[in-house]
Design a protein around this ligand. Structure first.
Ligand code: MG
Length: 203
């Protein structure tokens, strides 16, 4: 399986990092070794002094496809969850300055904690899903997919132009404003609506 991520999908987050608003989605990948499950702790690596949390809605692909048309994209995912796109912001900034790839800044071990899945058939109103992330009990990030620049179906259509989607692939759909540094000892709790999806520690 592979993990496909979209960057710069919420205007408020683009503004907080002083990024340009892209004319097309920004796509990057993480390897399967980035996945962290079952609320296992995240062990802070030494190679970065500035790892940021990016809370994101994630989609699970349920059908193989490429060149998927937007109007059919909704049948290609069956579950939704919450993920954290951990980003070594210091390494990413260095790479950006030099025009180099982001792989080590985005794809390191444990950089993709994911929740259990919610079957989308059990969710009311897929176009307006509130989610939020608390760090040590304080809400740091709040989002709703209706504020995305590119919605789920547009993301799937775009990504599948370049990458064949396979069953079990995961899509990270972008983060809203409020990203920030994590520290050893922090407790991260993530919610979709009122349901707690993530609860783990930084060690
Ligand atoms: Mg992200």
């Amino acid at each position: 399986m592979k993990i496909l991520c979209i960057g710069r999908n919420y205007a408020d987050h683009i503004a907080e990092l002083n990024n340009e608003r892209p004319s097309e989605p920004v796509i990057f990948l993480k390897p399967d070794t980035a996945i962290l499950k079952n609320n296992d702790p995240f062990y802070h690596p030494d190679f970065s002094k500035d790892i940021h949390h990016e809370a994101e809605l994630i989609l699970r692909i349920c059908k193989e496809g490429k060149y998927i048309e937007e109007q059919f994209a909704a049948s290609y995912y069956d579950k939704i969850g919450l993920g954290i796109d951990f980003t070594a912001r210091d390494l990413q900034s260095k790479a950006k300055e030099k025009g180099l790839p982001w792989d080590i800044a985005k794809g390191f071990n444990g950089s993709a904690p994911i929740s259990e899945w919610i079957d989308i058939s059990t969710l009311r109103d897929l176009n307006s899903i509130d989610f939020h992330l608390n760090v040590n009990g304080q809400t740091r990030q709040k989002g709703n997919n209706e504020l995305m620049i590119w919605n789920f179906n547009e993301i799937i259509a775009y990504i599948s132009t370049f990458f064949t989607l396979k069953v079990g692939d995961i899509i990270f759909t972008g983060t809203p404003a409020g990203v920030g540094k994590i520290n050893i000892g922090d407790r991260l709790e993530g919610f979709i609506r009122e349901k707690k999806m993530l609860d783990f520690e930084i060690k």
